[in-house]
Design a protein around this ligand. Structure first.
Ligand SMILES: [Zn+2]
Ligand SMILES: [Zn+2]
Length: 372
């Protein structure tokens, strides 16, 4: 099989798209590539299969979470092979779905009950190298999850909720406005259709309890400081059967003793001896992979920058790497022995005006300036 494309790429949506946006994108593309519209077109057929597969994963909260974290590898073996998907309905079905969405004409559909769980935020500290090369980290955090005592319905075991008298269990009440009959959420039961007279003692009727959750988070190679990773469905659980919230993991990258990061490039500054700068030599420079030799050519100036191509940070969700830049600082000895001083004086007497271009030019300009 050819290498598989990223599902978000297939659906032409960004990684943080809502499920509604994903649904819309799928519909738009599915209509375009549907086999009914493209008879005997192999390319369209392949594209349509690819769309159906991508949609079946990204429209499923759990599968999408796994895909976000582990990519295609996370889904293999779970029956999510390229051929394990059906054709996603007929062309007419796609259209009737759209009309439903446009006109809100849910056939027998109820308004959604319950309240979505809250999103949670987690601060994760990572070493510079972990952010560069990626890492899997186990995190633990408290989160509201379904109460085991009442299985989330908030009712003490042994009791059953009674039907709401006001709405007769429908969760909504009808009222007359001018010539129209309108409906609104029942104020007595909050839309639940039931009244709990004996709330669960485990969760005080909320249906959820706070519990520690542990989770392995994949930090992809190349993340930068303060990157927020969204892990779908790992926030607080929902109330009354509604969806859970998401977990946002904010990556804080610890500083490195030598490297500064500038997007995908890394920059380091190394001190070299003045005689190495002047006469040339070889120094060892730290890199992300360890160290490497850098040839300092004779006549290297303070602040001069050397470039290691492709030795930077892997580009996030793309191929290739940034570069490394090495800036040299030339160190002048702060103290000299008597003999060193004598050697330097001898050295100086050997210097020609061309040995120190800037100095020579400056003295010339300065003396002209003084004559004025
Ligand atoms: Zn409970
Ligand atoms: Zn009611």
């Amino acid at each position: 099989m050819a290498s598989r494309r990223d599902y978000y790429e297939v659906l032409e949506v960004s990684r943080d798209s809502s499920s509604e946006e994903i649904k819309k994108a799928y519909r738009r593309l599915a209509i375009q590539y549907h086999p009914d519209q493209n008879p005997d077109n192999r390319e369209a057929e392949e594209r349509f299969k690819e769309l159906s597969e991508a949609y079946s994963v990204l429209s499923d909260t759990e599968k999408r979470r796994i895909f976000d974290q582990f990519g295609h590898a996370g889904l293999s073996g779970s029956g999510a092979g390229a051929n394990g998907f059906d054709f996603g309905g007929s062309f007419a079905d796609l259209f009737s779905d759209i009309f439903q969405d446009f006109f809100g004409a849910g056939r027998g559909s109820r308004r959604q009950r319950g309240i979505r769980g809250d999103d949670l935020r987690y601060r994760l500290d990572a070493d510079f190298e972990e952010a560069v090369f990626g890492v899997h980290k186990e995190i633990r955090y408290p989160r509201l999850t379904e109460c085991e005592r009442c299985l989330g319905n908030g009712v003490e075991p042994g009791y059953t909720p009674v039907e709401c008298q006001v709405c007769g269990g429908r969760g909504e009440v009808l009222y007359q406005q001018a010539f129209f009959t309108m409906s609104r959420t029942c104020p007595n039961c909050g839309g639940q259709g039931k009244i709990v007279e004996n709330p669960c003692t485990g969760c005080r009727g909320d249906g959820r309890v706070r519990k520690e959750r542990s989770l392995t988070v994949r930090i992809p190679p190349g993340v930068s400081d303060r990157t927020r990773l969204r892990i779908r469905g790992e926030g607080d659980g929902g109330i009354g059967g509604a969806d859970p919230g998401d977990l946002f993991v904010e990556v804080h990258v610890r500083p490195h003793p030598f490297f500064l990061r500038e997007s995908d490039d890394i920059i380091c500054e190394i001190p070299i001896r003045m005689e190495v700068a002047a006469a040339g030599g070889t120094v060892h420079v730290p890199t992300l992979e360890g160290s490497r030799e850098l040839k300092i050519p004779p006549g290297t100036q303070p602040g001069q920058v050397f470039h290691f191509k492709g030795q930077g940070v892997p580009r996030l969700n793309r191929n290739g790497k940034g570069d490394q830049y090495v800036r040299v600082q030339v160190e002048i000895p702060a103290k000299l022995s008597r003999r060193q001083k004598a050697i330097l004086e001898e050295f100086s007497s050997e210097s020609k005006p061309s040995s120190y271009r800037s100095v020579t030019e400056f003295s010339k300009k300065f003396s002209q300036y003084q004559k004025k």
